[in-house]
Ligand binder design. Structure first.
Ligand SMILES: Cc1cc2nc3c(=O)[nH]c(=O)nc-3n(C[C@H](O)[C@H](O)[C@H](O)COP(=O)(O)OP(=O)(O)OC[C@H]3O[C@@H](n4cnc5c(N)ncnc54)[C@H](O)[C@@H]3O)c2cc1C
Length: 504
């Protein structure tokens, strides 16, 4: 059967991004988004990775003027981890440990023992609190390795506008019943009795997982027992009052988890992700407010479970977003996966003339499963090696986190140190973090290895010279507030072409 009509259940960022992606690439498709304003959206989800940038500005070709004016993002160059024994270390979106200066014999990872600062241009920018270098003519030099901080409501506003512009139908209604039949789901029935039929249903109903989890009962693979022990977050924030807008997300170690700091232009968003087996909601809220007094009186608790449904695509239902699975937001992977999943689904349909086969579904499901397990293992490394605090929660993480999924990588690292060749020891060396991400966590947390490199004085000098030059350049750059002001004055058209159109 050829897919002619798609109904998407859910108008959060997942449902709307999927709708815009499908309709943008297949205008002939009839796409309807069914959502309930009364149920609302999750209202968090504000850090992104470069996959999102690439998806929205590259693959979808959204014009920068519309993107920046409606979504009102700030730029994010990476993640600062207040983690392990170092005061902090940075995971930037450009290669650092896995990069190699041509006049030095070893890759950067071997020189970064003391400090990660300014090992690459992005790291230098983060260290200097700047976002873009300054060209000779005074304009910002925008590097492609950036992502965004963007408020959930503004992102939804952007995708609503894009949906309407493309001819996606947005329908208000709460689904009260799901009719099973045919390949999986025959129709969705709203509380007021309207029936919605389609050739393909996208379940983007968030944690409710109305179609995949509830109606089709696809089994859930739970990461909470052996890998990721957090299951709640206290969420809050405050109006910015003089704090500089930092060009990165911060992750601070807390007694029973960690706390994000996400930088919006006028709002600082913080959230304490914790394991309810180690701390009560009241205690977590008290610790959060003690460390963030400006957030007092405006917090809420969000519950979640980490894991995914074994298959995302079952019969005529494909789940995207939290309905397919969720892991805590330590590396902002949710919108990354929504981007990847929307694009994969669209590309498969495009290439196959919108005809679905069993092998297509199987392949899609295998790719999604690999993504979930990669993310699980990558996040698990963060927990296993964080020895900053000696609390019951962190002791449990250090003793119990299961890293069997990346055993080969760890063995390679322990014997050889931070060599990029470790990528071939990854179950999937092409995953979204690359070997860089793993090396950042291992070297960042000073996980010992048997191959410490003793650089000669001359080498050390060249290495320090490179870093000093990068830092000088960065200090002369634009901070986020100055860059926003520059583009508002000179126009967002200056950002056209920074992220090129990407192939289907
Ligand atoms: C604490 C926390 C922090 C997070 N931080 C980040 C982050 O920094 N970066 C990141 O990428 N992601 C983050 N996320 C994840 C992110 O919020 C989501 O993945 C993303 O917003 C997608 O959400 P969604 O669209 O799947 O679900 P939702 O926003 O929950 O949307 C669900 C939609 O389905 C509709 N719906 C549900 N049931 C019905 C029904 N019966 N009838 C009609 N409509 C229905 C709802 O009305 C709504 O429109 C975070 C999540 C949590 C919990």
């Amino acid at each position: 059967m050829t897919i002619e009509e798609v109904v998407i259940l859910g108008g959060g960022s997942a449902g709307l991004m999927a709708a815009v992606t499908l309709k943008r690439k297949m205008p002939e498709l009839k796409v309807t988004v069914l959502r309930s304003q009364e149920l609302g959206t999750i209202g968090v989800g504000e850090g992104t990775t470069p996959n999102f940038t690439e998806h929205v500005l590259g693959y979808l070709g959204v014009h920068p003027k519309m993107f920046y004016e409606v979504a009102q993002p700030t730029w994010k160059l990476g993640l600062r981890l207040e983690w392990g024994q170092r005061p902090h270390y940075d995971f930037s979106f450009a290669l650092n440990l896995d990069a190699h200066w041509s006049d030095l014999p070893m890759s950067n990872g071997y020189y970064l023992d003391e400090s990660f600062e300014a090992g690459n241009p992005a790291g230098a920018m983060m260290a200097a609190g700047k976002v873009f270098a300054r060209r000779a003519d005074g304009s910002p030099e925008v590097a492609p390795w950036h992502a965004f901080h963007v408020e959930n409501v503004k992102l939804i506003r952007l995708f609503e506008q894009l949906s309407r512009g493309l001819g996606v139908e947005l329908v208000e209604g709460r689904v009260a019943a799901v009719e099973r039949g045919g390949e999986g789901v025959r129709a969705l029935v709203t509380e007021d009795g309207r029936r919605f039929r389609a050739d393909l249903f996208v379940d983007a109903s968030g944690f409710r997982s109305e179609l995949l989890g509830t109606a089709l009962e696809e089994p859930f693979v739970d990461f909470g027992k052996r890998h990721l022990f957090c299951d709640r977050a206290v969420v809050g924030g405050w109006e910015r009052s003089g704090e500089p807008i930092l060009p990165y997300t911060t992750a601070e170690t807390m007694d029973s988890g960690w706390c994000w700091r996400i930088e919006h232009e006028r709002w600082i968003h913080r959230g304490y992700v914790y394991g309810s087996g180690w701390i009560s909601d009241e205690e977590a809220e008290a610790e959060f407010v003690r460390k963030n007094p400006k957030a007092a009186g405006r917090t809420r608790v969000v519950k979640f479970r980490s894991g995914f449904h074994r298959r995302s695509w079952v019969g005529n239902v494909v789940a995207i977003g939290n309905s397919a699975g969720f892991v805590e937001p330590l590396e902002a992977t949710a919108l990354m996966l929504v981007s990847n999943a929307s694009r994969d689904l669209t590309n498969l349909l495009l290439k196959m003339g919108r005809r679905v086969s069993d092998s297509m579904r199987d392949l899609y499901n295998r790719r999604m499963e690999a993504s979930w397990t990669d993310i699980r293992d990558f996040l698990a490394i963060h927990y296993r090696f964080n020895d900053r605090l000696d609390t019951p929660f962190w002791r449990h993480c250090r003793e119990e986190t299961d890293l069997s999924g990346v055993e080969e990588l760890l063995r390679f690292y322990r014997e050889n140190g931070p060599s990029g060749y470790a990528r071939y020891a990854l179950p999937n060396s092409l995953n979204d973090f690359g070997v860089e991400g793993y090396l950042v966590m291992l070297v960042g947390n000073r996980v010992p290895h048997a191959h410490p490199y003793r650089a000669s004085d001359a080498e050390r000098q060249r290495w320090n010279q490179h870093r000093a030059e990068l830092l000088d350049q960065a200090r002369n750059g634009f901070d986020v507030a100055e860059a926003l002001a520059w583009f508002r004055r000179h126009g967002w058209n200056h950002l056209v072409g920074v992220i090129g159109a990407s192939p289907s």
